[in-house]
Design a protein around this ligand. Structure first.
Ligand SMILES: [Mg+2]
Length: 220
């Protein structure tokens, strides 16, 4: 909840902004090792060899397929814990060509990306987070990550200490849905013009936030 002591931010970037809402993956944290490396290693643990360039290509195709399914559903980009779990299961199955080992590889990867050790900070995003705090802004994260984000954010720097953690599976909407941003506004008790979105995705973060009247700035 906003507090009575929260003053409007004063630097140029944050002028008039009351709360800065950060995307998570690619903005404040990134996978380490890379997604392709993590998939390759998980495959290997279950006896499946797949080269990282092949994984990258298959992952992009599978990711895009799931995005298209959400865009075409009614209402578009509505989500749930079940849908987010299924999204990742279907992506892993497609990357590993529906092999019998794919289910075990998926469970392995689901656990992997829920572990703090699988992530590292994004320096440019961390600097903006520090600037936002120094400017007196309230800070939050809002992500298309799923239920795994909530426990992760309690212990993983630089997410630990951020008051408001919004994950799509918990909000019921994914970016770029307007409802995603409206729900965050409502939870923060802020109007669109008081909010600044910091993100790395031109479409899901920047364009989507601006479309609902927020300010937005890219990171990296
Ligand atoms: Mg991102």
């Amino acid at each position: 909840m906003p507090t009575a002591t929260c003053e409007p931010c004063t630097t140029d970037l944050f002028r008039g902004v009351r709360a800065v809402v950060f995307d998570v993956v690619g903005t404040l944290i990134e996978p380490s090792p890379s997604v392709a490396r993590a998939y390759a290693e998980a495959g290997r643990r279950h006896g499946v060899e797949l080269a990282e360039p092949d994984i990258r290509q298959r992952f992009a195709t599978a990711w895009g397929r799931q995005e298209a399914i959400d865009a075409a559903s009614q209402p578009a980009f509505a989500t749930s814990r079940r849908r987010e779990y299924d999204r990742w299961r279907l992506i892993v199955e497609e990357v590993f060509d529906e092999k019998p080992e794919a289910e075990a590889i998926f469970q392995d990867l689901w656990d992997h990306f829920g572990q703090p050790a699988s992530w590292q900070p994004v320096v440019a995003g961390v600097m903006l987070l520090e600037q936002a705090r120094a400017a007196g802004c309230e800070v939050a994260v809002a992500s298309n990550f799923d239920e795994r984000l909530v426990p992760l954010a309690r212990v993983l720097e630089p997410l630990a200490g951020i008051d408001h953690v919004f994950a799509s599976s918990e909000l019921g909407w994914r970016k770029p849905a307007a409802e995603f941003f409206r729900t965050v506004e409502s939870r923060l008790g802020r109007s669109p013009r008081e909010l600044l979105l910091v993100g790395d995705d031109p479409r899901l973060d920047l364009a989507a936030a601006r479309a609902v009247g927020w300010r937005a700035v890219g990171v990296g």
